[in-house]
Design a protein around this ligand. Sequence first.
Ligand SMILES: C[S@@+](CC[C@H](N)C(=O)[O-])C[C@H]1O[C@@H](n2cnc3c(N)ncnc32)[C@H](O)[C@@H]1O
Length: 249
Amino acid sequence: MNTMNPKHAAELLFEGPLAEEYGMLAVICPPAAEISRRVGEYVGGWAPPYPAASLNLLEIGSGTGITTACLLASRQDTLIESVDNAPAMQTQARHNLTAALAAKRLRLIERDALSHLREMPDASIDVVASAYTLHNFLHGYRQNVLKEILRVLKPGGLFVNGDRYALDDAAEHLKSTQEEVRHYFRVFTELKRPDLLEQWVIHLFSDESEEHIMRLKPALDMMADTGFANTRLHFRNGVNALVSAVKPA
Ligand SMILES: C[S@@+](CC[C@H](N)C(=O)[O-])C[C@H]1O[C@@H](n2cnc3c(N)ncnc32)[C@H](O)[C@@H]1O
């Protein structure tokens, strides 16, 4: 019998056509590219409050490498470890990020994020960055990941997350989600891809479910309750938002 509390379990959500044609994200969610760019820019402009010749950066949820590429471009003094538990996504990241892998500026790790974090030493990382990954987590799993991020960051270290943060006003959020679904239908009907339409709608149901949905205010509260300081919203375009916090020095 599986005794694991499902609210704390890792899930494998990116398989099959959804993963193999993840590039569709650019069409169905145009603001995502801007959020990835902003994650990179924020890290590029950040200075640690302690002397550091280079920065150790952990990315959670490499995906196909869209945000990883922005992080790599944002500054040259970073050594990036990026973790993702979906083989189909990591295969594409390996293909898309060959130069950084060859230059040993990047290491891709195919693993569930929480298990990886739990094996990392305390206060060993300068920056933890992520995009469009934490909203996929079950609430209990997300809370455990946040606790581990805080533990592995050096005092004064940065956590930056560009992600899907549901609108706090439930009626507004419903309206925005309905508009998203309309957009999915328009795009995939035009492309004659009912298979992808089905996959993305099913995925949206998971993101929107009570046990996953990451609303902005509760998410910022969860970060503050975990022990992060300076928890801030920098940018918002509908559900797409850039958030950062630091580990108290
Ligand atoms: C929506 S994609 C975002 C990818 C990328 N960060 C981007 O900006 O395009 C979310 C990624 O997180 C990964 N992921 C989801 N849950 C995970 C977990 N528990 N551990 C590791 N990776 C996970 C998925 O496999 C997927 O590649």
